[in-house]
Design a protein around this ligand. Structure first.
Ligand code: PRX
Length: 661
């Protein structure tokens, strides 16, 4: 969570030099004419340009219906199929072009041409249909980074069945919660996959989730190899995908024409309550926005080899591994494993092997590469023209390292700010048009109108460098439709704070991003981080309330609060402050129970940095926990205002207890 005190912001705003995009990049860029900004200033007409990148079964009648804000409708009356747009339409001029170059962690390699992808997606769609999946059914997909994942997603899209991909690192409980929340009757999983040399028995999470879930979904199981792995027992209750695919090999399933407003997928994400929100994305607007920004911001061309090292289980992988790049007909690299297995040059080895042109990663990964040292890149012959970062603020130091060592001072770096909810980039430079500035996401993307408001909802002076709440004042096609099954929560979480919710004038509706930001005198935005109770751990979004409710499950715990500690590698890591029940002694075993509870409720990636046993938590007179003060303690910062506390001495007591730990 961002700190907005003056000294921090000043330090972050310390003037950085600008870097011009290399001439050779500008010469070949998809967008090199600044008139693009003028075209998109025509609102909403500018966005037509993105929709025109797609093939529509029926043209839309109205570009935007904004009569019932914030339930905007895009490309109203239009019909299309996302799977057709990402696969079938490339067959005419590129059926032999590679769609996916997949590399397993164990060194296995698989290339799928667009023709192969077409065949596999059709067979999987037939398989899904065979087990009963119908248009409108939500299919939960719990798969790691193997070709089965995009194939299953595109097969769902072909049938018009919204998918809900749950990141493979999420625990059985988290999976069960998402299956139930989406009323999903189908779960697609796999026997296992490779992680740092081990074969993880992934399917066990589905086994346990099924015991946890209120519903009784059908399970379809892929296998990582031709046969199920020896170390894993696959339940007889599950349907083996391989058998279905054999049965349906060679079948063709006509892509279902979907209304532009029909949902394409759900993506659960952490918010400020214990329950994750199912962000619901529409078919037409989302796909148009993902394709448009892939072309304009990522500069992807069909003849490129593009590699985004994110996991498809998060929104980055949805928009910028699957939907955007495949809609443009490019070749994408997909890698199963971790960047340090079997050695710390793995990424560069892959980049060289496939001659990657455009590379996309997170600041956490850049910081890690930086820590490992530039020597791990030496001797690898890769040549990127375009590098992206996403998911967290990137410190100028890491930016400069990325620019020098990965880009060879000869590639553009594009810092893209956006969210699960936004579907695609909202603040980012168009790489051929705007100079790069380390640490700043830059200008709004075409057609996007951000603003910075103070806590009372008044705009801060534009370009003043004053920090405030980042908001978006106009709708855009990639925006979420709603929170699945909960329109009220949609309004509460994103609109209520800065909108006049009684009004049906779209000008009165303002989207709250939950981030703090400043706009410098050059018009560039610098995003500081979350202002709400959401953390960003290694680019993974985690709600403090989710962590706290997991910790509260432990019997020994009376009360718990989670604070974000700044971390030089992961950006932020969770510290857990725990008050034990009377009579319970603090011990290693209680600490372990707490860590296990987090791993079981959420996943291993959410492991806390520290579990501190304390006597009391800082609370206001009305009993609200002041997490900000805990954050000050975690980060060895000066304590903020303690005058509203019921017992102002608590933070100092905690500091002593933690120090004495
Ligand atoms: O805090 C912002 C941060 O990541 C949050 C969104 O997380 P998620 O929905 O998981 O999506 C991540 C991938 C799009 C934002 O609210 N964030 C994302 N991109 C940036 C960023 N912070 C600073 N700079 C960015 N480029």
């Amino acid at each position: 969570m961002a700190s907005n005190d003056e000294s921090t912001i000043e330090a972050r705003l310390a003037e950085q030099e600008y870097f011009r995009p290399p001439t050779k990049f500008v010469g070949q860029a998809n967008v090199s004419d600044p008139a693009v900004y003028d075209r998109f200033a025509e609102f909403p007409a500018g966005f037509e340009e993105y929709a025109d990148l797609l093939d529509w079964d029926a043209h839309w009648d109205e570009l935007l219906d904004d009569s019932n804000p914030p339930f905007y409708e895009w490309f109203v009356g239009g019909e299309l199929n996302a799977s057709y747009n990402c696969v079938d339409r490339h067959l005419d001029d590129g059926k032999n072009r590679t769609a996916l170059r997949w590399e397993g962690e164990d060194g296995e390699q698989r290339n799928l041409s667009y023709q192969d992808l077409y065949r596999e997606v059709n067979a999987m769609a037939a398989a899904l249909r065979d087990v009963g999946v119908d248009e409108g059914d939500v299919v939960t997909i719990h798969l790691p980074m193997v070709p089965a994942l995009p194939i299953t997603m595109l097969a769902c899209a072909r049938l018009g069945a919204p998918h809900s991909v749950v990141f493979a690192g999420f625990s059985a409980n988290a999976l069960a919660e998402r299956v139930d929340s989406a009323d999903s009757e189908y779960v697609v999983t796999i026997d296992g996959y490779y992680r740092r040399g081990d074969f993880l028995p992934h399917i066990e999470k589905a086994d346990e989730a099924l015991r946890e879930a209120a519903g009784d979904p059908q399970v379809l199981a892929w296998t990582r190899h031709e046969e199920p792995h020896d170390s894993v027992a696959v339940s007889d209750d599950y349907t083996m995908v391989a058998d279905l695919l054999d049965e349906h090999a060679g079948e063709r399933v006509a892509p279902v024409s979907r209304d532009a407003e029909d949902p394409l997928f759900l993506m659960y994400t952490s918010g400020t309550t214990g329950q994750p929100k199912g962000c619901q994305h529409r078919t037409g607007g989302y796909l148009a926005y993902a394709a448009g920004t892939s072309k304009y911001v990522l500069d992807i061309k069909p003849e490129d080899t593009y590699w985004c090292s994110a996991d498809i289980g998060w929104i980055t992988g949805h928009s910028y591994i699957v939907y955007g790049p495949l809609a443009l007909g490019t070749t994408s690299v997909m890698y199963e494993g971790t960047p340090d297995h079997p050695h710390r040059s793995r990424m560069w080895e892959i980049a060289e092997r496939y001659d990657v042109d455009v590379f996309h990663t997170s600041p956490t990964a850049v910081r890690m590469f930086m820590k490992w040292g530039a020597e791990h890149l030496e001797g690898y012959d890769f040549d990127f023209r375009h590098l992206t970062t996403v998911g967290e603020p990137i410190q100028p130091e890491a930016w400069l390292w990325y620019y020098e060592h990965v880009g060879g001072e000869d590639a553009v770096i594009v810092d893209t700010w956006w969210q699960t909810e936004t579907g695609g980039h909202l603040i980012t430079n168009l790489p051929a048009l705007d100079d790069m500035k380390p640490g700043s996401a830059g200008r709004p993307a075409p057609g996007i109108e951000p603003a910075i408001l103070d806590d009372e909802g008044e705009p801060v002076d534009p370009e003043s460098g004053e920090a405030g709440n980042l908001v978006i004042t106009r709708p855009w096609p990639g925006m979420l439709q709603t929170v699945y099954g909960d329109d009220e929560r949609f309004i509460e979480e994103y609109w209520e704070r800065f909108s006049d919710t009684d009004s049906d004038d779209p000008d009165d509706w303002i989207y709250e991003a939950g981030d703090g930001a400043v706009q410098g005198p050059d018009g560039y935005y610098r995003v500081l981080g979350r202002l709400d109770d959401v953390m960003n751990v290694a680019g993974h979004r985690l709600g403090t309330m989710e962590l706290e409710s997991a910790v509260s499950e432990v019997e020994a715990v009376a009360e718990a609060a989670v604070a974000a500690r700044e971390d030089s590698e992961k950006g932020e890591v969770p510290d857990v402050y725990v008050v034990l029940r009377t009579g319970v002694e603090e011990s290693e075993s209680v600490r372990e129970d707490i860590v296990t509870a987090i791993e079981e409720e959420i996943g291993k990636f959410a492991r806390p940095n520290e579990v501190a046993f304390v006597g009391d938590l800082p609370k206001t007179r009305s009993g609200k926990i002041m997490r900000r003060l805990l954050e000050d303690i975690s980060n060895d910062a000066e304590l903020g205002d303690t005058t509203t506390l019921r017992d102002p001495s608590v933070p100092e007591q905690i500091r002593e207890q933690v120090g004495a730990d």
